[in-house]
Each structure stands twice: as C-alpha cells, then as structure tokens.
Design a protein around this ligand. Structure first.
Ligand code: ATP
Ligand code: MG
Ligand code: MG
Length: 549
C-alpha cells in the first residue's frame, strides 16, 4: 500500500506520543449540538475524530453539546446516534454537557471566589458597547468591581430563579484591553427560563459555549479536542479557563470546515429549507445531510472515502460536489447489482417471435466481481418495453441503436433488426417492429453477426411499475451561502418525478441501501418510504459526470 503522509493533527499526536504526553493515551470527542440532523460537514469531523482514535489505539466520546435548551430536542439526539453508527463508528461513551451542569456551576463559583468572575446587570447592548473595538480597549461596566461576597450571592440568586432572562449575566474577569475580543470579560453564564430536553426545569441559568466546551473536554480528560477554524480566537479563553480552574489540560486544535459546492452546510439554513417546504424533510435525498445522502443511495464507505480524499487542512476551501459523486460512483460500480429499467417507454414487438412464449434469460448480478455474486432470471417475450430515445425514425450514421433497417442486441438476449414502426395521430412513435435472429442469443451466439449497440428492455407482461425520482443539484450557484438570499438560488428543477417507469420483476425484491445500477441509466436506491404496492426508486447519481465545466 501507498504510504500516506500525515496530516498536521496526526503529526501533533505522534509528537505527543513520542514525548510520552498523557502516557500515550489518545481520547478525542465528537461534540454535536442536538439542534438538527448531521450533514456531510459533520461527517468530516466524525471521520477525523474517530479515525484518529482508531489509528492511535485510542477512543472517541460522543458528547451532546446541549447547553441551549430552546433549540435542542431528543429527536435530533436519536438521529445523530443513528447516523454515526451508520457511518461505521462506535463511541466509547455517550455523554451530555448537561450532565456537567453542577460541576460547571462549581467551576464558576471557584472563579468568583478567586476574583475572576462577576455578575453584571448590564444589558447585552451595554456590554457589547463597553467592549470596545479591536483597536480600542473596552471600559469596565459599573458592576466589574463587585465584591466576591456580593457576586457569590447574586450568582446563587440567578440560579434560584430570582431574575428574569437577560437581567443579569456572569462574566469572566480577564482583560478589557486584550486585543482578542473573546478575552474581554466574556459572558460565561446567562439566565434562560426554558425547559431543557434532559434537565427539565432544574436549571434556569445555562453556561455559554466557551465556558461549557473546554471544561467538558477537561472533565472527560480529552487529549486532543479538534474543532473548526472559527474557534481559533476562542483558544486563548479555552486555555485561560483550564489554567485558572487548575483542571486537566485538554488542548484545542483547529482544522478547516468542509464547504461544498451547490449546497449549504449550516443546520440553521437546512432547517429553513425543511420548515419552509423547499424540501420534504431533513432526509430529503437532495439534502447534504447524512440521512438525505443515505436515502439517496450513498454508502458509508463512499462518504468515508470522500472524507479521506479531501484530507485535513488549515485553510478554508471549497470542495467540488463532483468529488463526492465520484466517490459514490466508484463504490457502486464495484458493488451495485445490475438491473434493467425503462424510464420513458415505447413498445418493441418481435414479429417473428412465438406468441405466448416466455424464455428465462439469466443475468449475473455483478459483472465487476468474480462469480458475479449470483444471477437473476429475466423473462423474455414477444413484447418488450424499450427506451423511447433508443429508436429514431431518421437515424444519423453513428446512431448504434434502433431505426428502420438498424440492428441492436437486446441485453442478455438476442439481436433484433427493425423493419417497421407505428405512430399515433400526433406523430409520436408508439411501436417498433423487429425480427429477432434465433441463433444470436447472448452466450450462445452462432449467427456471426456483429452489432455495435446493446440496449436495455423489460418484458411488458412481466414488468413491474415504479415511481422513479431523478435528482439534480439543490442550488443553481456554486456558493449559495454567499448570496444575499440563499433561497433565491434554489434550483427549481432539482427533482424530476417519473410516475410510471417499468422495471424488471426482480427489482420487486430490492432493499434500501443495496445499490442497483439500472444499466445505461445510473445508480438507483429503493426509497425508504417505498412499499410493495408503490415502489419508489431514487437516482443516486448518473453513470458519468454529466456536468460539463
Ligand atoms: P452548523 O453550523 O451546521 O450548525 P455546528 O458547528 O454548529 O454546525 P455542531 O453540532 O456544533 O454544529 O458540530 C459538531 C461538530 O462538527 C463540531 O466539532 C463542528 O466543528 C463540526 N462541524 C460542523 N460543521 C462542520 C463542517 N462543515 N466541516 C467540518 N466539521 C464541521
Ligand atoms: Mg457548534
Ligand atoms: Mg451551529
């Protein structure tokens, strides 16, 4: 195998292992906020955090960062767990920041006792105004000089519910002139009289992200806490709090978040698409969510491969969605079972084939592997559905399909030659009439004839009906998030529904998650909401990249 060079986080870990830091222990965490479904950006973080632990014989905790009671919900908790396991990873412990609320409260009390935190009655606007600007220092608000005793009492009263939302906050007392705005006495606790999905009404004060995150890392003795680049300016505060509290020294490292073309990657925006009905649900196959990709037909291996290929960088960048499509094509080409389906049917009648005769042709499931992973029976009869665009009345020279006088091979079957066709009153072709060559059967062809084209087909008497959904990009522009209104660039043609396609009978046995190649058409996945009465297939991706640049 080709030796892969280390990414910068692996380099840091290997250096830590060499120097004996943390006794060679590696413990990472994946810390989702349960306020939405996971997306492909989260997959990058999951593959990184769990991948590092796997590589260095360590572990990864799943920690729900549930400090914001208003937007969080257990529905999201369940979907997140399901998606991580589907991707192929297992956490060491399932943990919740809310389980640390008491400890975090005690940490805040410790800061107050050490003169490093104070209760401020100023409004959010007053606090922001007094913070100064990056070039001008902030000024103290009147409460900055409160005594330790008074702060302890007020903070206790905040907890006891004596004050309304926004009436008071707890701030760390650091440095109002620090060039890093995050160090200018950041708010670490706020009042929120809201029901929490796990702690109920026990708390009416909640720690801010910066106060909860690093301390939670430290409580769990996380060795390498990896987050995205926006948190670089938070790192000083992360380190300051751990140092002042004299707790386990977890360290934060930052990598570039995943941005991908023709989609958005923020839970807030994705939630809007769901709530406003631009998509059906969080798992709509056009969504960049893990659940949407799964329903579309992406496999865990294809997503892990994608994350591996894009790698880990220290600078923001934009990944072309066609790389993700490449990864699923590559995977499905190796694993998908080949089947035949006709999306836009016209009838082909083999005039010299006996009426009522049914031949059971055999087609291997997967020609990409030795043994073909078994085979299925394909019934062949006098009347078949073929694709409308596989016939042309006035075919040009290089049209290797059907037209008057032209011959093709029917996949797994015989060579047929077209001798006639019928049209309706609107001039649309309704029937194509052919003769078959009896000794040209696939696998036992002694006809000596050579034809250039092979087309797919389904026996009309045996075909099953299915709804087929073709998906295109959800947005028309590369970077919708950069638009004034990202929703204005939604692609109105992101979904095309074919209400009645004809599929070969074996596809009635399809199961979601087992990819199928409809030959010549693309890769398809049975929809999770498909039923035996109403079969629904989603096109995962076309066979080739059809997007000319
Ligand atoms: P969003 O902006 O979509 O709400 P978030 O960062 O608020 O994302 P969290 O639930 O806090 O969502 O994310 C959990 C973890 O996933 C965090 O460590 C975060 O850094 C990481 N993550 C989120 N989005 C991306 C992304 N686009 N690329 C890589 N990692 C990401
Ligand atoms: Mg977050
Ligand atoms: Mg967020």
């Amino acid at each position: 195998e080709e030796e892969k060079s280390l990414n910068f986080i692996e380099e840091i870990i290997e250096e830590d292992l060499r120097s004996g830091k943390h006794d060679g222990r590696v413990l990472t965490r994946f810390p989702p906020e349960p306020n939405g479904y996971l997306h492909i950006g989260h997959a990058k973080s999951i593959c990184l955090n769990f991948g590092l632990a796997q590589k260095y014989n360590g572990k990864t905790n799943l920690r729900f960062d549930d400090t914001n009671p208003v937007t969080e919900d257990t529905e999201y908790v369940e979907s997140i767990k399901n998606d991580i396991q589907w991707l192929g990873f297992q956490w060491a412990q399932e943990l919740y920041t809310s389980d640390y609320f008491e400890t975090l409260y005690e940490y805040a009390v410790k800061l107050i006792k050490n003169g490093l935190a104070y209760v401020d009655d100023s409004t959010a606007e007053e606090i922001a105004a007094a913070k100064g600007t990056p070039t001008e220092p902030g000024v103290p608000t009147p409460n900055r000089s409160r005594s330790v005793e008074e702060n302890l009492q007020l903070f206790q009263e905040m907890r006891d519910g004596k004050y309304q939302d926004g009436e008071k906050v707890l701030r760390a007392k650091i440095d109002l002139a620090n060039p890093n705005m995050h160090m200018r006495d950041p708010i670490i606790y706020r009042i929120k009289h809201a029901h929490h999905h796990r702690t109920g009404d026990k708390w009416c004060i909640y720690p801010m992200y910066d106060f909860a995150h690093g301390q939670s890392d430290s409580i769990e003795k996380i060795t390498h806490s990896v987050c995205t680049l926006e948190f670089i300016p938070h790192r000083a505060l992360y380190d300051w709090l751990i140092e002042q509290l004299e707790i386990f020294p977890s360290k934060q490292y930052e990598f570039a978040r995943l941005n991908m073309t023709y989609t958005v990657m923020s839970k807030r925006k994705l939630l809007q698409l769901v709530n406003e009905g631009h998509v059906e649900s969080w798992d709509d196959p056009r969504m960049p969510t893990i659940s949407g990709l799964r329903r579309r037909g992406y496999t865990p291996a294809s997503i892990r491969n994608f994350c591996d290929r894009i790698g880990i960088q220290k600078r923001e960048n934009m990944i072309d969605v066609s790389l993700l499509e490449f990864c699923i094509r590559e995977d499905l080409n190796k694993t998908a079972w080949r089947r035949m389906a006709v999306l836009d049917p016209i009838k082909l009648i083999i005039t010299n084939y006996p009426d009522g005769k049914v031949e059971e042709l055999v087609g291997e499931n997967n020609p990409e592997v030795e043994g073909g992973e078994g085979s299925r029976i394909i019934p062949f009869t006098k009347e078949l559905w073929i694709e409308r665009d596989d016939f042309m009345e006035d075919a040009p020279k290089k049209f290797f399909r059907l037209g008057p006088g032209l011959s093709v091979r029917l996949k797994h079957g015989y060579i047929v030659e077209c001798h006639d066709f019928k049209k309706d009153e609107n001039g649309n072709v309704t029937e194509v009439h052919c003769n078959y060559i009896p000794n040209s059967k696939s696998g036992e062809d002694t006809s000596g004839l050579k034809v250039k084209g092979t087309i797919h087909w389904v026996s009309t008497a045996h075909a099953k009906e299915a709804e087929v959904r073709l998906y295109d990009r959800l947005f028309q522009v590369e970077n919708p998030a950069a638009e004034e209104d990202f929703k204005a660039s939604l692609n109105p043609n992101s979904l095309t529904v074919i209400p009645k396609a004809y599929i070969e009978p074996d596809l009635a046995n399809a199961i979601p998650g087992k990819g199928y190649q409809f030959i010549r058409l693309g890769y398809f996945n049975l929809d999770t909401k498909s039923t035996s009465e109403h079969l629904v297939f989603n096109r995962t991706v076309t066979l080739k990249d059809s997007w000319a640049k």
